[in-house]
Design a protein around this ligand. Structure first.
Ligand code: ACO
Length: 351
């Protein structure tokens, strides 16, 4: 019995935000963003649109793609680092919006590795026989982190006012991070099926000594109060990232864990037909591809159109590869991701 992805779908907001548009709000340029990250545009949610809304869109599409109806789903795994609320999680909100039965919903928070951790849990649920059909959703609305009051509303056509110099200067303070992220969701339906296609070896890792490399200091229950105007004004409610360290860890640890799952599966790295890498940064994706010695055509990317959508990058990429016909029967695929935690991992998937 294997865990097989039987349906995929995405849910993305309508507002396309180009690098050029961002450069009207802060001191940045299309060239800087393209060269450093590979991103050309990303999507921004409308104000009031949350990661549950995008997740519901993606889930509806994935369930229909699997030829099922929402009442067929036995359990939900919702991966996000940008939930609608601190509590409850997005799972119960999605359950109600989709009209699912009274099924358990699990909210998981492994950030960029959320989809991989979700795959592991879904696989265990299915292999144990506890559930037959699991819905795994990765969805993010990062724009909530961003300083909308400083002109971001002009990006989505909700204001035409001129940006002041003071606003531009303040937006520039967080440009190293804000330009990298976009909003979006991807979902997959995973079912237990007889045969030798589906999920194979999965390896997950955590190294808490790297927790400070990618973290958010503000809005913390260690603080009194847990969130304050001071924290917001000092940028502590935006993720802090040590970009160079994340880069180094990513191009070292993702290749290592891809080798680990290949070895445990008895396949050589060069026998992989496709490697789907978390879409954080084009230079990281190319770095992983080169370290593993794979040709670029085996490592597809879509970061240029979506930016980094954290837990949503892998299901969106998988869906797009399927839609483009890049995924054909008899292939060896691998997924890999690394993110805040540090959490990282890889999974083999045979089509
Ligand atoms: N536009 C223009 N200039 C900028 C911008 C921007 N958006 N952001 C930073 N700069 C400037 C800096 O101020 C700095 O200027 P200075 O030299 O005058 O001080 C200069 O560009 C270089 O800054 P660095 O931070 O050294 O730039 P670097 O080359 O390291 O690139 C980046 C930054 C893209 C974040 C890089 O470190 C990287 O690729 N990191 C990987 C991490 C990553 O991509 N994380 C994504 C999210 S995490 C995840 O999903 C795992």
């Amino acid at each position: 019995m294997r865990s097989v992805i039987t349906g995929t779908g995405i849910g993305v907001p309508p507002n396309v935000v180009t690098n050029e548009a961002l450069s009207r709000l802060m001191d940045t340029s299309d060239e800087w963003i393209r060269v450093r990250s590979g991103i050309q545009e990303r999507r921004y949610a409308d104000p009031g649109q949350g990661s549950t809304d995008l997740g519901v869109m993606a889930a509806r599409n994935a369930i229909a793609d699997a030829g099922l109806t929402p009442t067929d789903i036995d359990a939900v795994l919702f991966a996000t680092m940008t939930p609608d609320h601190m509590l409850p999680g997005n799972g119960p909100l999605l359950q109600t919006a989709l009209g699912l039965r009274d099924v358990p919903t699990f909210d998981i928070r492994q950030q960029c590795s959320g989809f991989l951790y979700g795959l592991e849990l879904a696989d265990l649920f299915l292999q144990s026989g506890r559930y037959r059909r699991v819905l795994l959703v990765g969805a993010e609305v990062h724009t909530g982190f961003m300083p909308w009051h400083l002109g971001w509303d002009t990006l989505i056509g909700q204001s035409t006012r001129e940006i002041t110099e003071a606003e531009r200067a303040e937006n520039t303070l967080t440009r190293d991070r804000t330009v990298l992220f976009g909003d979006g969701a991807g979902a997959v339906v995973i079912e237990a099926r007889e045969g030798d296609t589906g999920l194979g070896v999965i390896r997950l890792h955590t190294d808490g000594t790297g927790a400070g490399v990618l973290t958010m200091h503000g809005a913390s229950f260690k603080r009194r109060p847990f969130v304050s105007v001071d924290q917001i004004q000092s940028g502590e409610t935006l993720p802090f990232m040590s970009g160079k360290e994340v880069f180094r860890s990513a191009v070292t640890l993702m290749p290592q864990v891809v080798r680990e799952v290949c070895e445990a599966s008895g396949i050589a790295v060069e026998e992989l037909d496709l490697l789907l890498v978390h879409q954080a940064n084009m230079r990281i994706i190319e770095g992983v591809q080169k370290v593993l010695g794979l040709p670029p055509e085996k490592v597809p990317h879509n970061i240029e159109r979506w930016g980094n959508t954290t837990a949503a990058t892998l299901p969106i990429l998988f869906h797009e590869c399927r839609t483009l016909g890049l995924i054909r029967p008899g292939m060896n695929l691998a997924f890999t991701a690394l993110g805040s935690g540090l959490h990282w991992g890889a999974a083999i998937y045979r089509t």
